[in-house]
Design a protein around this ligand. Sequence first.
Ligand code: HAM
Length: 460
Amino acid sequence: MQKSKVTKTPDKAEEKNAETEKRIPKCPQLLRGMKDILPESQKHWNYVRKIVEELAEDYTYERIDTPILEETSLFARSVGENTDIVEKEMFSFEDKGGKKVSLRPENTAGIARAYIEHGMLDRPQPVRFFYWGPFFRYDRPQAGRYRQFNQFGFEAIGDSNPIIDAQLIVMCQSLYQTIGIPVVTQINSVGCRECRREYEQLLTDYLSSRKKFLCEDCKRRLTKNTLRILDCKEKDCKEILADAPHIVDHLDEECKAHFVKVLEYLDEADITYQLNPFLVRGLDYYTKTTFEIWPEKEEGSQSALGGGGRYDDLVEVLGGRPTPACGFAGGIERLIISMREKEIVIPPPEPPDVFVAQLGESAKKKALRLVEDLRQKGIRAASNFSTEGLKYQLSVAAKLKVRFSLILGQKEMLDKTILLRDMEGGSQEVVDYNKVYDELKKRMEKVKAIIKNGNNHSEE
Ligand code: HAM
């Protein structure tokens, strides 16, 4: 017997859903290569930011923020017309006034522009900057590579001394070590304009006779920007490059002396580095030293954690006076991926100094004021106004690991007092409300002294 075909008629709920979908379109999705940084990840970000800021302060690098949007020509002239970044990866468009603008793919160009535009040549040199912020490259997204990503960076503009290059490397290695990521620095020198011109000719001659084995991109690079071929990741190109001439063997006297000095300083500072003759980096503005920082043992699909180098011509190329400079930028997402792979435990934040608990409406009002008064006097006070129960509030205080709680109930409101509870033993004292700050401060100092003495004894 032939089965009769059952056609399902949509029920009322389905019809309603379809109707709603027609009226309210689906929520737009996150763009490819972009990431939300959710509250649960913020502790990693805050920790890295704290370490970067502390390091910047120690080495007297001052914060600079430049716009995310700049004229497209800024990047074309600095990063280079024939680089992947400018050719393929920039988010560029015309603004409403018809100006060609781009979301910044990196920050060295913007900082060099700011240095020129604000006449910073008149300040004591080098001018040291540090930054932190989002950058944009329309690349193929994969682990550790995004279309919006974040970098921190350091730039020292106005000093040609090789010790600047070495100190930047020391500083960056120290940053990763402080966080707990063992790293190794790869280093090379791409020489100055003159020695590079000669080397480029040598490399072009070497590669031209092997052109048919190169990938399509490199064939094109051979006529436009030969040095970029040294970056190529294609297997066949890498094989051909294995016997290519090395730029360090073709440096002029000054560039050679500079490179030797950088390496000497690094040896002196006990920095482990590897010479990498192919490290020309994907940006055209470099002169002399180039370097990258890599995880010591490559785990997962990671690549360079950061990179930098000297860019002695950039300020001049952008229209300023000749000004030597050197810098570094680190990828923050890649650093956090490494931290997670290494299961690095982030030190918990310091607990608040005090918890303010309250019982009853009038106490709540007074406590609201008290939290703010304490905060203004430099005491970090926590509270939980949305719950009434004292037991619950004190359990929150215990969870926050605060040493002292202040309890304001109806009786205390009438007596103009407040209860000061030591959360470590549970002892409570009634103190005059008007003296709460002094009493609390006294006890906090006492605890601090006990901790300090304890530490001193354990060091002896
Ligand atoms: P860069 O090598 O292009 O150099 O980028 C530095 C770091 O940013 C990379 O090593 C990587 O960790 C991170 N990074 C780059 N692109 C992406 C991406 N698509 N997704 C995730 N992370 C990424 C520069 O940007 C130069 N401005 C560095 C510099 C400063 N040179 C001198 N001063």
